[in-house]
Design a protein. Structure first.
Length: 670
């Protein structure tokens, strides 16, 4: 007798289907439109293939392109598989390794044959054409379950040593899923967890583009063989792809490294790899940001401190960072030389120390000085703290990923009862800061990872406190893109994350606040409660900019170098039309300087159109043009960067007052 399953749908209806039925069958029964649109299924909340048969009574929700985030991840995963099949079709003997989806597409790592050699960007058009052929063939993607030994033997038989190595690290007694493209025995097959679309024809062959090729070590280890990594971008349709390519083109124009060079803000060089050489104009932006953040922190009741760069390794071991983060820390000395070594000899017995990768353990040590009463809590300790992290050479990227960076870091020590209010206040503070810079943002909650310190009850409490605080701040809704991210918290605490959206629609994860009960326990931080007994404080780790380096990089690209007047390194240039106006130009500059305006003069014997063009390229917000008439009348002609207005004539007094009012930072305006 055929077994029947009861399938509950989101509208409350229940359908009975025979064993062997699939979510695709239910979609077809509802209507041909849904059958065409359905991409995958959620079975009791788990994302599955739409062609995978039901195994019991279940709740079913069909996934369509309206669920864009899930749909994009699915199609990008499938594009990666199609890429791998296309490469092996074109270049037999090429080994496949891994091919995940990414934030805007996918990549796949290949081990080409020695005769073929590494892939290059010249190969991409041919591979794209083969991918389109695979897509248009509309091959079904079929899920099969194999045992580990069968998978290993299959890959060994087909010369896939990388896959054969990897599969042996999977659990021995758990079934492994293999996905076959097409129904024939000779069709392409790969090891994959899934899920996948029903067939390659569900992909839009116009909605992807292969973008570049790079080298990548097998499993990220430089001791392993070098592979060829092929990247692509992929979308649900051609319109989305075209919009993305326009964004990429705009992003190239806004690249902070290019603009930083044009505006003479900073440079990087091998003598201090991963650290930034700030030039006067760039460091002026830094100083303005630092002054702004200090005012914000002072007003919010933070006390600024300064802690050492170098701390004993035992401190990092006690905090837990040594075990979890050691490979990313700069250790001093890396190795204690013997007397016979040519390396410098350290005097006395050398202690193993490390440059701090974060400020939190040092802040606990400051908190622990003396006896703290509950009446003093909350204590908010802030630091513009310089940190060092040993990031991989290949991961470094301009200001966005560096080895030496400075955080607008702070730690709040508070009682259990104060946590929600302190986090709520921080949400409001972060909101004010981001809006001052013209950013919108989303708030996300990163929940406990599998590998973590602390007990489940503390994690339950910490996660709920963050939820409650965001709700009280009015941000736990769609307007703020509220979302929970399972498994993405730190090893010691869950965290709220602020994801900024810039002027061209890209997102940047910047600010965080984390509710930590682990570090106070590990470093024995206590306060004296109302009952006269010792209690553990809760420690809130928080930052708004994240790091000054990265935030400045984001700002450069957000504004395309056209900084708001208060933040611009040079706010105005006084340029002469004729040399007869040189003395007057100096007087104008002196008046502006006296009102705190950052001003330069351009007295060169060049045509005014040349000067206008040059200072426009340098992104100077205001150009004050003066000639004989302006000198006689005591006036200036003001040109604004990016304004359609040609220029505006006004008296020098009016100009000084106007500019002085405009340079006031947003937090100081009435």
């Amino acid at each position: 007798m055929t077994q029947m399953f009861k399938i509950s749908l989101p509208d409350g209806s229940v359908r009975e289907v025979p064993e062997g039925s699939t979510p695709a069958d239910i979609a077809a029964a509802i209507g041909p439109g849904l059958a065409k649109a359905a991409l995958a299924a959620r079975i009791d909340g788990e994302l599955r293939d739409i062609m995978r048969p039901f195994e019991a009574d279940a709740n079913l929700a069909l996934v369509t392109s309206r669920d864009e985030k899930v749909a994009l991840e699915l199609v990008r995963h499938d594009f990666a598989h199609v890429l791998a099949e296309a490469v092996q079709n074109l270049y037999p003997g090429t080994q496949i390794t891994f091919g995940p989806s990414t934030d805007d597409g996918f990549y796949y790592d290949f081990a080409p044959t020695a005769e073929r050699g590494p892939f290059t960007e010249e190969d991409l058009p041919e591979i794209e054409a083969e991918m389109r052929r695979v897509i248009e063939a509309d091959k079904p993607l079929i899920r099969e379950v194999w045992d580990r030994e069968r998978v290993r033997q299959f890959f060994l038989d087909h010369g896939e040593s990388f896959k054969a190595e990897w599969v042996m690290e999977l659990p021995e007694n758990e079934p492994i899923t293999m996905y076959k493209t097409g129904k024939g025995e000779a069709d392409w097959i790969d090891l994959c967890r899934g899920p996948h679309l029903a067939s390659t024809g569900k992909l839009d062959p116009r909605a992807f583009k292969l973008t570049r090729v790079s080298g990548a070590y097998w499993r990220g280890d430089p001791k392993n063989p070098m592979l060829s990594r092929i990247y692509g971008t992929a979308w649900l349709n051609k319109k989305q792809l075209d919009e993305h390519l326009v964004r990429l083109e705009e992003a190239l124009k806004r690249d902070h490294r290019k603009i930083g060079q044009e505006m003479d803000l900073f440079h990087l060089q091998a003598e201090a790899h991963g650290s930034v050489f700030w030039h006067p104009h760039g460091y002026r932006i830094w100083r303005e940001l630092e002054a702004y953040m200090r005012r914000k922190m002072d007003a919010a009741g933070y006390q600024e401190i300064k802690t050492p760069q170098l701390m004993d390794a035992r401190q990092w071991e006690q905090s837990g960072h040594w075990g979890k983060y050691r490979e990313n820390m700069f250790v001093v000395p890396d190795e204690i030389p013997s007397v016979d070594d040519e390396a410098p000899i350290l005097s006395g017995a050398a202690d193993l120390m490390a440059l701090k990768p974060m400020n939190c353990p040092a802040h606990v040590l400051v908190f622990k000085q003396g006896i703290t009463s509950y009446r003093e809590l909350p204590i908010r300790l802030g630091e513009m703290g310089c940190c060092h992290r040993n990031e991989p050479h290949g991961a470094l990227h301009g200001l966005m990923r560096v080895r030496q960076f400075t955080q607008d870091d702070a730690h709040i020590f508070c009682t259990e009862a104060q946590v929600v209010e302190e986090v709520r206040a921080f949400c409001k503070l972060a909101d004010a800061v981001y809006r001052d810079f013209g950013f919108s943002y989303h708030v996300k909650l990163a929940l406990r990872p599998d590998q973590r310190f602390g007990n489940d009850s503390d994690w339950d409490k910490a996660e709920q406190e963050l939820r409650d605080a965001v709700a009280e701040a009015g941000m736990a809704n769609d307007d703020y893109g509220w979302e929970e991210l399972p498994g993405e918290g730190a090893f010691y605490a869950p965290k709220l994350e602020w994801h900024l959206t810039d002027a061209i629609g890209r997102t940047w994860q910047v600010g965080t606040i984390q509710g930590d009960r682990v570090l106070p326990e590990r470093l024995d931080a206590t306060y004296v409660g109302e009952d006269g007994e010792k209690h553990r404080p809760v420690m809130l780790h928080r930052a708004i900019f994240g790091s000054y380096e990265r935030f400045i990089g984001i700002l450069i690209e957000h504004y395309a170098g056209k900084f708001p007047l208060w933040l611009a390194p040079v706010q105005a240039v006084v340029a002469t039309i004729v040399s007869d106006a040189d003395d007057y130009a100096q007087q104008v500059a002196a008046r502006l300087e006296a009102r705190g305006i950052r001003v330069d003069t351009d007295l060169r014997n060049e045509k005014i159109n040349y000067k206008v063009r040059e200072h426009s390229l340098a992104k100077v917000p205001l150009l004050l043009v003066v000639g004989k008439r302006e000198a006689e009348e005591g006036s200036v002609a003001i040109r604004r960067l990016g304004s359609d207005e040609h220029q505006k004539m006004m008296s020098l007094d009016e100009a000084v007052e106007l500019i002085a009012a405009e340079i006031v930072p947003p937090d100081l305006r009435a």
